[in-house]
Write a protein that binds this ligand. Structure first.
Ligand SMILES: [Zn+2]
Ligand SMILES: [Zn+2]
Length: 258
């Protein structure tokens, strides 16, 4: 069994599936995907992701405010704790820092990230962290405000091995998406080989970032299979071994999803 540890099921392009999410999930299941983590990005889509998770037995969800969505409304620690109390919520996020697309909101992003880290520590849930061009600040905030015990994951990881190492030292997991299959992702492929097998997750981040050979097309959870097969090949292990390890890791990191 394989897990798509990060997908946005409320945002998938469903035209090819008659607008039917059932079909997209059925296709993924037919390719061995047995669990899906539908990730929240704002206070506006919280209800949607919770509703989807409630509808399917093999879908769980997270709630949080994406660093690029801080303009649409912030959640403080109390609000996040209340949202986290809903059934099927297994993590807080995605939260984090994205200085690649926005430096104007830097301070607000940091404030929001800290609130997520604090709330997660208080309710005993892991954090799903989005990080881009903000290496030092991301590690620093996790180190200062994060929980070592419940930790979290750096999702759709695209940074250096040094950053991966720093996160691993803070008990974090590293999740890789289809980007690892892209032609110019040499450095990331090195990371994919070096992350300890017991700290690795795979994801689609669908509908974005479809892996080769679907690059440029709308991404769907079924393609997490391509991501996993590619990484297994890079590491010189079988697909089955990688699927088993990443599934086990997923349940260790997100115990509520087990
Ligand atoms: Zn993200
Ligand atoms: Zn995402």
């Amino acid at each position: 069994m394989l897990v798509d540890s990060h997908c946005h099921l409320d945002r998938l392009k469903l035209d090819k599936f008659d607008g039917d999410l059932d079909e997209v999930l059925a296709l993924a299941r037919s390719r061995g995907v047995g669990k899906f983590l539908c990730v929240g990005i704002s206070l506006e889509n919280v209800d949607d992701v919770v509703k989807i998770a409630n509808r399917y037995e093999d879908v769980v969800c997270s709630v949080g405010v994406h660093p690029l969505d801080v303009d649409s409304g912030l959640a403080d620690v109390e609000k996040l704790k209340a949202l986290a109390a809903q059934p099927k919520v297994v993590a807080l996020g995605e939260t984090g820092l994205d200085y690649y697309y926005s430096t104007e909101t830097k301070e607000v992003q940091q404030q929001s990230f800290i609130a997520h880290l604090q709330a997660a520590g208080e309710v005993g849930l892991p954090v799903i962290v989005h990080t881009r061009d903000a290496r030092e600040d991301t590690i620093e905030l996790i180190r200062t405000h994060g929980s070592r015990e419940h930790a979290g994951v750096l999702h759709c990881f695209t940074e250096s091995w040094d950053m991966a190492k720093a996160a691993l030292d803070l008990n974090y997991y590293i999740s890789l998406s289809g980007i690892v299959t892209f032609k110019n992702a040499e450095e990331l492929r090195e990371v994919a080989k070096r992350v300890p097998l017991d700290r690795l997750l795979v994801e689609t981040d669908s509908p974005y970032l479809a892996p080769v050979p679907y690059r440029g097309k709308p991404n769907i959870p079924a393609y997490v299979r391509e991501v996993a097969e590619f990484i297994a090949d890079q590491r010189g292990i079988s697909y089955e071994a990688l699927a088993e390890a990443t599934t086990e890791n997923f349940h260790r990191l997100f115990p509520r999803a087990a």
